[in-house]
Design a binder for this molecule. Sequence first.
Ligand SMILES: [Mg+2]
Length: 173
Amino acid sequence: MDERILCFDRDKTVDVSPPASGTPVPLSWVQFYAHRTDHDVWATGNPRLCREAGIPSPREARQLLVAAGVDPVAEYDRMNTGRIDRLRLLEQLYSVTGHDDVQFVVVDDTDVTTFTDGRAWSYYQPGEFVSAVESGTLPRPDPDAVPGDTYGPPGRTDASQALLERFEQRLSG
Ligand SMILES: [Mg+2]
């Protein structure tokens, strides 16, 4: 597992719902990081990205915590007002499973740098993230690495199950 955990918003961030101006994050990039790298990848905005990219959301993170008898720090709220709580739920999941050295990389058109309760987040606007990747901050995505139609129906490789099972094991251990 790479210590940099990638959290993607969807609306006005990824190219399935691009921002009015600036460069969106290609959906194929989200899929590449989820399916072809050691990065854990989460959908922290509109959960439609879960199906589009085959990744879990903080809703599943919260369910794991509850199932393990851990009191979650927040409700799961899919609306805009819940974005900080969704990040806090992820922070809690990694924290209680002993991942104290992780760094959250949050890509969102809404600035989340005001979040200071716990670890610092590396925050990128979508266009900033694209520039950072192009300058080598993260592995350069290979758009052909994940087979199938990027924008096709769900049923492509699903990275969420393996990721969630890893945490399920750690929580029960
Ligand atoms: Mg958004």
